[in-house]
Design a binder for this molecule. Structure first.
Ligand SMILES: NC(=O)c1ccc[n+]([C@@H]2O[C@H](COP(=O)([O-])OP(=O)(O)OC[C@H]3O[C@@H](n4cnc5c(N)ncnc54)[C@H](O)[C@@H]3O)[C@@H](O)[C@H]2O)c1
Ligand SMILES: O=P(O)(O)OC[C@H](O)CO
Length: 368
């Protein structure tokens, strides 16, 4: 196991969400001697965690760092929020707007902490990326400095200190650098960048392709098919991202092909598991009820469908997943349709477009 690196500067961090990733990242930061608070909406979790330093709901085998205090179930009060150097959001995208709306009145606008987001999804009702949700709820100034961490990173491997590398991006390079320093450990490496739109799209879209890869495996297709799905999925997400206004190169990073490869090839992925169970004939409602954790690709597939329709780009795999999840199409039938599509050009990136990204930048006052 690689040795832990103590930090010169201790930060006070409040993590929103005590699920798999929230508690894993709380542990990662607590273990490197930061002072960490973790908010949960479950009274039982808060009590149990503070007594035993174990999470009764997720990662049950793990003994968490002593320096983490669970808080809740009430929303964190402004006295606590205003003491923090860092606010880290590890809740599903569907809960981000509600959480930021509750948070806004507790902030001291003259002394803002670092805002870090790790969710990977598209808001279903508005089709918004998190950057836009932040601008809507907390204002453009916070969105302009918010940082996004994304990449191939299963919580249950990070708590075992398995070597992991992620993309850390922000429209403000200095904020990405600060977040990167906060998380950096010999087993956890951060690569910085400045395309949050591309990174957000990549993180959200790979979940949809992981559902497709799981479906294929559930139907009995083997390795050749999975490799085809990963490669065509990468081409598809790059095409969608480029038409949206992201850089095509972002899809070649850890947050892009790195995470796509991970989640399309492992049953540890909740999204892959949803697809696999659908492929084996289970019903979506039952899978969601019994999964015990969030699979963001299910909601993202809906927001993505609207985005793809608006952009007018070809996205046969994402459309196939949408049809199975929301149009009641049989998995096997939809897979066969996909396999009998006429061959298309292998790489055809849209060079024009970028309207959604331009709209979002204008909202942030960055349209110059
Ligand atoms: N688990 C991983 O390995 C992993 C890795 C990278 C990124 N992520 C991303 O992190 C996010 C969280 O994933 P997770 O694995 O921790 O999920 P999870 O289902 O294990 O936990 C989600 C947490 O968010 C809370 N929550 C749900 N809705 C909420 C709301 N409306 N308001 C406040 N809190 C709410 C839940 O109570 C729970 O504590 C997702 O977007 C996921 O894609 C997960
Ligand atoms: O379990 P999943 O499918 O939500 O994937 C978790 C992470 O996004 C992997 O990087």
């Amino acid at each position: 196991m690689l040795p832990r690196q103590q930090c010169d500067k201790k930060s006070k961090v409040l993590v929103f969400g005590a699920g798999n990733f929230g508690s894993c990242l709380a542990d990662h930061l607590g273990d490197s001697s930061h002072i960490v608070y973790m908010w949960s909406r479950s009274e039982n979790l808060v009590k149990h965690f503070n007594q035993y330093h174990r999470n009764p709901e997720v990662l049950q085998d793990h003994q968490f760092a002593e320096s983490i205090t669970a808080v809740g179930p009430e929303f964190p009060p402004s006295e606590l929020v205003q003491e923090m150097d860092v606010l880290l959001f590890a809740i599903p995208t569907e809960g981000v707007r509600e959480t930021l709306t509750a948070l806004k009145p507790t902030l001291d606008e003259t002394k803002l902490p670092l805002f870090i987001f790790v969710n990977k999804g598209i808001e279903i009702k508005t089709r918004a990326l998190t950057l836009e949700i932040i601008a809507d709820t907390c204002g453009p100034d916070i969105a302009k400095v918010a940082t996004f961490i994304s990449g191939p990173s299963f919580a249950k491997e990070i708590v075992k200190r398995q070597p992991t590398s992620v993309s850390v991006v922000s429209l403000s390079p200095s904020h990405a650098e600060q977040a990167s320093q906060l998380f950096h450990q010999p087993w956890f490496r951060c690569y910085t960048g400045d395309d949050p739109i591309g990174v957000e799209l990549a993180g959200a879209l790979k979940n949809v392709y992981a559902i497709a890869a799981g479906m294929a495996a559930g139907l009995g297709f083997e390795n050749n098919t999975r490799a085809m799905l990963i490669t065509r999925g990468l081409a598809e997400m790059t095409r969608i991202g480029t038409a949206y206004g992201a850089s095509p190169l972002t899809f070649l990073t850890l947050a892009g092909v790195g995470d796509l490869f991970l989640t399309c090839s492992s049953s540890t992925s909740r999204n892959y598991t949803v697809g696999h169970r659908l492929g084996q004939g289970e019903k979506l409602d039952h899978i969601i009820k019994t999964l015990g954790s969030v699979a963001e690709g299910v909601t993202t597939a809906k927001g993505l469908k609207a985005i793809v329709d608006e952009l007018g780009v070809a996205a046969p795999i994402a459309s196939g997943v949408y049809d199975v999840l929301y149009e009641g199409r049989a998995v096997e039938e939809r897979a066969n349709e996909l396999l009998s599509l006429p061959p298309m050009s292998e790489l055809d990136l849209s060079v024009e477009g970028g309207k959604p990204a331009k709209r979002l930048m204008a909202k942030l006052g960055l349209d110059g």
